[in-house]
Design a binder for this molecule. Structure first.
Ligand code: ADP
Ligand code: ZN
Ligand code: MG
Length: 489
């Protein structure tokens, strides 16, 4: 398929549009009072409304509306003051009513965007067509029972879970842009706390639509929808596979059939699932049991006032306020909790930049190696701040810092405790340091010559030698001061 891959870059361009379902973190379901809770005993969180008993009437959950509005605002969408619930009719065993309450031609919100970075490094806005509210269906269980070869079981606990469906414009050009779009979307849902976005539990689900068209052509090609993508990595892999498959088919003079395909992560390929239903098959019509949903401008403003600082803005501010690099800011703002923890300490730190460095190198490195989360770390961010301050004040060298971090992790102690316990005996006695410096200078005539000839970076060599001689215990500030004086004599 190597030639197909070449064709993708020269002959064809990919067009991708994503449909994302996000479960909203309400206490109860969207149209009844049943708990919205994952992992309960099957069919225990149900009532006549979510079971679709005749005559049972839906009552819209206000919290679900607030979360959906909040999500819309955070995604730059325009919220409609009036939106309409509609019935989407289809038969499936996990849908006892025979229809799903969704929104159709008047969704809650329209016309937003998420920004990604292209392969060329340019910022690019991916349009979001709409965000609409709907109820989730139940779950068919095909596996895990003694008689699973003969039977499928149905768990209706999920029926009626509030969902926000977020539909992108067909403006994504590469699998990597799709990955970025999803990562940002997830981050925004987490920051606004409208969903836990747990993909294993199905709180965030994604369908990917992809087509190819000859480069330069405006009209869209025939698309394929890929389902069963339960990680962002699988979305990327499935898109890469699908783009090659389509390029190969088109390259051989074939056509693409509009269909729904399933991704098989084990085999790394997609399979035909069914040829696609058209919208009119669903016989959408306005839901007669619910009034139009009105979200006034005042209500919208009140909800907007509860939005937290969003990840993009936070990153820009951390870069400006604390002098962090873009990469460091991205890591430190990966979750809102982490960003808050960092900022609390950064405000107190003698050098926020130094704190960031220590968190990213000493702390994150060890956490990654030990496979533990920051929340379970023996060294807290407050502990890391003490470490950063000690280095900043020249009270410990970076070599000692590393040792203390090692010991803290070995003994499961926070940094202040290990520092108190081991209080490294630092050599600050300038007479003693002077003696070491004299010895190093005497032993390195070549380097001294280079330094005096203007190669001032040689200072690093001397400091290194002295640190080695003192086993890392010489006070770096004192070393530097005396060294510079001696070398310019
Ligand atoms: P459908 O009616 O099949 O659900 P929609 O028009 O509602 O199709 O679009 C669903 C998703 O598919 C959207 O994210 C949209 O951007 C994307 N999409 C639509 N047409 C194409 C295409 N030709 N190629 C790739 N993606 C597409
Ligand atoms: Zn119910
Ligand atoms: Mg659609």
């Amino acid at each position: 398929m190597a030639t197909a891959a070449n064709d993708v870059s020269t002959k064809y361009e990919a067009v991708i549009g994503l449909e994302v379902h996000v479960q909203l973190l309400t206490k109860t379901k969207i149209f009844c009072g049943c708990p919205n809770h994952f992992g309960s005993e099957p069919n225990s969180n149900v009532c006549p409304v979510c079971l679709g008993m005749p005559g049972a009437l839906p009552v819209l959950n206000q919290q679900a509306v607030e979360f959906a509005v909040k999500a819309s605002q955070a995604l730059n969408l325009v919220v409609n003051e009036t939106s309409i619930f509609a019935r989407k009719n289809y038969f499936y065993p996990d849908l006892p009513k025979g229809y799903q309450i969704s929104q159709f031609d008047k969704p809650l919100a329209e016309r937003g965007w998420i920004e990604v970075t292209t392969a060329e490094g340019a910022l690019k806005r991916i349009g979001i067509t709409r965000l609409h509210m709907e109820e989730d269906a139940g779950k068919s269980m095909h596996e895990g029972f003694a008689d699973s070869d003969a039977k499928t079981y149905v768990d209706l606990n999920r029926t009626g879970t509030p969902l926000a469906e977020i539909v992108s414009e067909p403006e994504i050009s590469t699998p990597d842009e799709a990955w970025q779009y999803l990562t940002k979307l997830r981050e925004i849902m987490l920051y606004t706390e409208v969903s836990d976005c747990n993909m294993e539990e199905g709180s965030l689900r994604c369908d990917a639509n992809v087509s190819l068209r000859p480069r330069g052509q405006k009209a869209l090609g025939t698309k394929v929808e890929v389902k069963n993508l339960n990680s962002f990595r699988f979305v990327k892999q499935a898109l890469e596979y699908e783009i090659e498959r389509q390029a190969e088919a088109l390259g051989e003079g074939g056509t693409i059939q509009q269909e729904t395909r399933l991704y098989n992560p084990g085999e790394g390929r997609t399979y035909t699932m069914r040829t696609k239903e058209r919208a009119h098959d669903y016989r959408y019509f306005p839901e007669p049991d619910l009034l139009p949903l009105i979200v006034t401008a005042e209500r919208q403003a009140a909800i907007r006032a509860t939005l937290p600082e969003l990840p993009e803005a936070k990153r820009a501010r951390l870069i400006a306020e604390y002098g962090l690099s873009a990469g460091d800011a991205a890591t430190l703002t990966a979750t809102r909790e982490r960003a808050d923890l960092f900022e609390t300490e950064a405000k107190l730190a003698k050098s926020p930049k130094r704190l960031a460095n220590i968190v990213l190198s000493e702390l994150q490195g060890r956490l990654k190696a030990a496979e533990i989360e920051l929340e379970d770390s023996p060294v807290t961010l407050a502990g890391a701040r003490l470490a950063a301050d000690l280095v900043e004040e020249g009270k410990i060298s970076s070599k000692i810092l590393k040792e203390l971090f090692d010991h803290a992790f070995e003994q499961k102690l926070d940094f202040p405790a290990i520092y108190e316990k081991e209080k490294p005996q630092q050599i600050t006695d300038s007479a003693e340091i002077e003696k070491m410096i004299d010895e190093v200078i005497a032993a390195s005539p070549k380097q001294v010559e280079q330094y005096k000839a203007g190669k001032t970076t040689m200072i690093g060599f001397f400091v290194g030698q002295i640190m080695k001689a003192s086993k890392g215990k010489a006070n770096p500030a004192v070393v530097n001061e005396i060294l510079v004086k001696k070398l310019s004599e």
